[in-house]
Design a protein. Structure first.
Length: 101
């Protein structure tokens, strides 16, 4: 879907599309921040530097690639997805801080 296609959606479909992007962002954020936690665990327990670096590069590249693809749909879907990622960040921070307390 291009930006023009997003603009031609009927009024009732726009909130559904943005909600779907937000939920996809939550899923994407959950995976991303889980991998951050895995990366931190490897670093804390003496994992190989190549594995730690590879996971970090893969994490950044994956998030960047998916957000770049979503940006082709226009600003509203991208902003909804990023909002979902931020919601997942908040959830994961609470989860991991409770697990380490």
């Amino acid at each position: 879907m291009t930006h023009a296609a997003f603009a031609t959606l009927p009024a009732w479909a726009i909130p559904l599309d943005l909600g779907a992007h937000a939920m996809a962002g939550v899923a994407l954020g959950w995976v991303y921040f889980y991998l951050v936690w895995c990366n931190a665990q490897q670093f804390a327990h003496g994992g190989r530097i190549s594995a730690i670096g590879g996971l970090a590069v893969a994490r950044f590249a994956g998030l960047g690639a998916i957000l770049a693809l979503i940006s082709l749909e226009g600003a509203p879907p991208l902003l909804a997805t990023v909002l979902g990622v931020l919601i997942a960040r908040s959830i994961m921070l609470r989860r991991f801080s409770a697990a380490t307390a």
